[in-house]
Design a protein around this ligand. Structure first.
Ligand code: HEC
Ligand code: HEC
Ligand code: HEC
Ligand code: HEC
Ligand code: HEC
Length: 465
């Protein structure tokens, strides 16, 4: 060995040791970071929970009777058993060899993941009863923090919460006293960050945003005015609509338990969104009706045209859809799946249709150059996909930002023999999924998806000859 190099050998060895050590350290640091990976859920103890650490919602209902009744029919209560979710979850299990089990389970049935008791056998997911209660009282009220600062993208999401199940129930009132459990004030529970841990979904491999309701809210006029998710989704729908209109929080006086004080504001627990389909399937009619009311409060339509049009010539109408009521984009979250679109019909004075866009064909597809306000998801090879585990990018995102508008023009030929006035009828329609997706997921049990009219407008267009 050449003498010249001898002198640097110890130094090289030291470098090698440092490199090995730092690898070991970073491996050690990475291992326990998210023990239920790809879910980012964590326990305060660092060890899995026992499912018996959690109390059943039935126990809470003994005193928090109204809150329990509100929650029971909510999509939080149905998050695990939701048939549409179950069908897609099972498909994910098959196509990813189980990699998505904990990812999806961490938000839709966290206790099964946190206790390592979620299993898949004979074509079904199995988990303790308390996990099947979905997003339930004791899960939410024993969350202590968000670990968003430790996530790869420094964003809340993929269940980035920390749990400490036990006798301490965390809530918004520092002076709350219960004969049954301890209480602790939690600022987290009063802020959108609490919801963000579950209402943001990232692809765990490429960290691409698949659902980003919290981000949409964070840069909105609502966030700037201190209006949180809770101020709309934990309030009766009419009060939430007033909050959206005035940008001032409304109050909802009441008692959270009969032996507690009457407070000038308590939060309701229906967590109403836009899902009137699954709530209806599961028999929760009041929740379905509230979802329809919420959808009606979300958007406004205006229709404009020239003061008159000429027979035999091309003409157009302009439709503006404004998101007046949603604290995030409209629609939000599963933007590649939800369908909000314009159904436009123009008829002559005798009622004969001369133009149509956005009608449903017999298969239930939306046809005639439809204007759908959704996002178009692609997989890594640029092919269309509706499977969350495949989504690598969006080709476009046409959802409407909070207080923002979308403008669509429709061109049509005025018939040469038209007289009097034409009538343009515009309807903003919503359904939770494309019919083809529902058919594929529910198979034999498939049914015609209900469609709800969020807003409608009619104008009359005088014809010049
Ligand atoms: C024996 C009756 C009783 C039972 C059972 C009960 N609670 Fe309570 N709880 C109360 C009372 C009373 C309060 C205080 C209400 C107040 O001050 O407004 C309270 C307060 C709370 C708070 C604090 C709310 C705040 O205003 O900050 C939370 C959270 C809570 N309960 C959750 C639960 C959960 C979860 C369960 C079931 C695991 C449960 N409770 C079971 C009676 C009960
Ligand atoms: C998705 C999570 C979540 C679930 C599920 C949930 N809560 Fe809450 N709860 C909250 C949040 C967040 C607040 C506080 C809202 C605020 O102050 O902005 C709250 C408030 C409360 C309060 C304080 C009084 C009030 O209404 O403001 C009580 C008591 C309570 N919840 C009990 C329950 C019970 C009982 C259940 C089950 C039947 C339940 N919660 C289910 C998140 C949840
Ligand atoms: C970060 C938490 C989170 C993760 C992880 C997650 N989801 Fe969800 N999921 C949600 C939330 C929140 C909604 C409700 C959004 C809405 O209704 O607009 C939802 C809604 C859904 C729905 C629509 C249900 C309906 O009835 O319309 C399906 C289907 C679904 N998720 C499937 C999955 C699958 C499959 C996975 C795993 C690949 C998954 N989710 C992972 C939070 C999550
Ligand atoms: C532990 C995870 C978790 C937390 C925390 C959570 N959610 Fe959810 N939420 C879900 C999941 C999962 C669904 C979807 C269930 C489904 O559609 O199958 C959902 C559904 C909803 C829906 C119904 C959507 C629809 O399509 O109708 C609303 C509204 C909602 N959440 C609001 C909130 C708000 C507001 C908060 C914060 C106070 C919150 N959530 C906190 C997991 C969570
Ligand atoms: C100003 C009131 C307001 C605020 C603030 C608000 N929302 Fe909404 N949200 C609505 C309205 C209205 C709808 C129904 C229209 C729609 O589906 O987007 C809705 C719908 C939803 C849905 C169902 C979406 C779908 O079509 O499947 C979810 C999930 C949701 N909100 C979660 C949240 C979360 C999480 C936050 C906070 C980050 C939040 N919302 C803040 C008003 C609000």
């Amino acid at each position: 060995m050449n003498k010249r190099y001898d002198s640097i050998r110890p130094a090289m060895a030291a470098v090698a040791v440092i490199i090995m050590l730092s690898c070991a350290v970073s491996a050690a640091a990475e291992q326990p970071a998210f023990p239920f990976f790809p879910s980012q859920a964590r326990t305060a103890s660092g060890k899995p929970v026992k499912h018996t650490d959690y109390e059943s919602p039935e126990i809470c209902s003994g005193c928090h009777t109204d809150i329990h009744a509100q929650w029971k029919g909510s999509m939080h209560g149905a998050a695990f058993i939701d048939p549409i979710f179950q069908a897609l979850w099972k498909l994910g299990e098959k196509e990813t060899n189980g990699l998505t089990n904990n990812l999806c389970g961490g938000c839709h049935g966290a206790v099964g993941v946190l206790s390592n008791e979620l299993t898949f056998k004979d074509g079904e997911f199995h988990a303790p009863d308390i996990a099947r209660e979905g997003v339930h009282c004791d899960l939410c009220h024993t969350i202590t923090t968000s670990s968003f600062a430790d996530t790869p993208n420094y964003e809340p999401g993929n269940a980035s919460f920390v749990v400490a199940p036990g006798s301490v129930k965390r809530g918004p009132h520092a002076d709350a006293e219960s004969p049954y459990h301890e209480t602790a004030y939690s600022k987290l529970h009063t802020s959108s960050l609490f919801c963000a841990n579950c209402h943001q979904v990232f692809h765990p491999v490429n960290n691409f945003h698949i659902e980003r309701t919290y981000d949409e809210w964070k840069y909105s006029v609502y966030a700037r005015n201190g209006i949180q998710c809770q101020d709309c989704h934990m309030m009766p729908v009419a009060k939430a609509a007033e909050t959206a209109r005035t940008l001032k929080k409304q109050k909802n006086p009441g008692q959270s338990a009969p032996m507690g004080p009457v407070r000038d504001n308590i939060f309701t627990h229906e967590f109403v969104g836009g899902n009137f389909t699954v709530t209806e399937i599961l028999g929760n009619k009041e929740h379905a009706e509230a979802a329809r009311q919420r959808l009606r409060s979300a958007a406004e339509l205006s229709v404009d045209t020239a003061s008159s049009v000429t027979s035999g010539a091309m003409a157009s109408i302009t439709v503006t859809v404004t998101n007046v009521g949603a604290g995030h984009n409209l629609p939000t979250s599963l933007t590649e799946v939800r369908q909000m679109w314009l159904d436009v019909k123009i008829a002559d004075a005798a009622g004969k249709e001369i133009f149509r866009s956005g009608s449903l064909d017999p298969k239930g597809d939306i046809v005639n150059d439809p204007r759908i306000f959704n996002a178009h998801a692609l997989d890594k090879d640029g092919r269309d996909t509706l499977k969350p585990w495949e989504i690598a990018s969006f080709k476009y995102n046409k959802t409407i930002p909070p207080k923002g508008s979308a403008i669509e023009n429709f061109y049509f030929l005025v018939p040469a023999d038209a007289t009097g006035a034409l009538k343009a009828s515009v309807i903003l329609r919503y359904r939770s999924y494309p019919q083809a997706l529902a058919n594929a997921l529910l198979g034999e049990k498939s049914f015609t998806l209900p469609v709800f009219n969020m807003a409608e407008k009619e104008i009359s267009i005088p014809v010049k000859r």
